[in-house]
Design a protein. Structure first.
Length: 221
């Protein structure tokens, strides 16, 4: 008596059999992350002592990334992200307008040494669902050729043709060898600065998988 596999029987009966691993891959959608209207990637450095309550905010204009997202099995998802160090802009409102360019120059040339280390990079190692539409993303962040593990909390909101990603995380300047640059006249840049720095972002991940429908994106919630 011949023995037939379950897959053969299902195929003979007209039922398509898809191995679980293949099925999971089919549920994975890919997205591009590029600058878009309303998007933002920023680093915030907080002051201390006489400057307590103030912060330096640097927004980066040039970045790119790739997201591979599986809503059924988030742990199979991955993300990679690259930021151009030299694209930083100082958004401080508490300093004089004529000091902004000096602050940017000091941060780009001295603190981040963008000429030698032109990119800030991140790639995920684990992604876990925390609640509806919210995820814990752990990965490796590289600044000035120093790579350290970081944890981010990310909220994913479906949009037509993509996903809006908002999140933040805390890192230490000392972990990445980020040292205080020369002082800027009248500002005392980074003098009395806390070691903690906040990463904040609001990014649009645009789908380039034609099969991803608005209905499927709504299932994120």
């Amino acid at each position: 008596m011949k023995h037939f596999s379950a897959s053969f029987i299902l195929q003979w009966a007209g039922v398509a059999f898809i191995p679980p691993s293949y099925a999971a891959d089919m549920q994975t959608a890919t997205y591009d992350v590029r600058p878009a209207e309303g998007s933002r990637f920023a680093l915030e450095v907080f002051k201390s002592k006489l400057w307590e309550g103030r912060k330096h905010t640097f927004v980066f204009d040039r970045f790119s990334g790739a997201l591979s997202f599986n809503r059924e099995q988030p742990e199979r998802s991955t993300v990679r992200f690259v930021v151009e160090s030299a694209s930083a802009r100082c958004m401080d409102e508490w300093v004089k307008s004529n000091q902004i360019k000096d602050i940017e120059k000091a941060a780009i040339q001295d603190t981040m040494a963008a000429a030698q280390f032109p990119e800030i990079t991140f790639h995920s190692t684990t992604i876990k669902a925390k609640s509806s539409g919210q995820y814990e993303v752990r990965g490796l962040l590289t600044i000035r050729d120093q790579t350290k593990p970081v944890a981010l909390i990310v909220k994913a909101t479906p949009r037509e043709g993509g996903i809006w990603l908002e999140g933040s995380g805390q890192i230490r300047l000392s972990d990445f060898g980020l040292k205080a640059p020369r002082a800027v006249a009248g500002v005392g840049l980074f003098i009395g600065t806390k070691d903690e720095m906040t990463v904040q972002f609001a990014l649009l991940a645009t789908s380039h998988s034609p099969s991803v429908s608005a209905g499927a994106l709504r299932d994120l919630n």
